[in-house]
Design a protein around this ligand. Sequence first.
Ligand code: 13P
Length: 256
Amino acid sequence: MKKDLRKAIIAGNWKMNKTPNETKELIAQMKPLVQTNGCEVLLCVPFVDLCPALKTAEGSNIKIGAENCHFEKSGAFTGEISADMLKEMGVEYVIIGHSERRQYFGETDETVNKRATAAINAGLKAIICVGETLTQREQGITSELISMQTKIALLGLSEEQLKNVVIAYEPVWAIGTGKTATAEEAEEVCAHIRNVVKGLYGEKAANALTIQYGGSMNAKNAAELLSKEDIDGGLIGGASLKAEDFSVIVKAAANG
Ligand code: 13P
């Protein structure tokens, strides 16, 4: 199976939740529950939680990521965080272009491309998010939109750089709504993303790319979603804030 060619990654996206002290508590709770060699386990946390998260996760299989980074190396960008700053802290991954950043903070396909490029050039791995709104799905333009988001996000990145990219398919209508895409709907779009990447970089690179699904993934529906050929992991919001639920999803990926 082609799925064996790539690593499964279960990543939490904590969004704007948990203070530094709460971070320490939750990661300490998770540590014994998510031990596995069967998949990568990652928690993407708010900037101020990175330090306590890295410290608490030390010696465990939990990797730590950020939720955003700026595209410039340094300079007069008040309130922003650069990829180099994250790298120096020991952060391994960064989420780029989450739909909430697109919706509330003016993120565009072009800035997603710039941020992903900056992250990879700094030695980070970029989890690039793509996904359609409900209106776009109803208009029947999901595949065109996903192709466009994917192609623009990857613009200028080499095949070598693609090894540090993960793509997360997150239908906007499924985020935080409790409305998950069916496993078939999610698989269809994830397979489409792989096809787009195949067109850009060839079959070998496309087969090696980890593609996650995100949007109301939880302890109940994870196993079915993760059983699909082109779904290599999950980007999990709400359920990543509960140690038990998150560990069930990790186990589903590890056994799948
Ligand atoms: P929920 O799992 O809360 O729907 O959030 C998904 C998400 O946005 C992960 O990045």
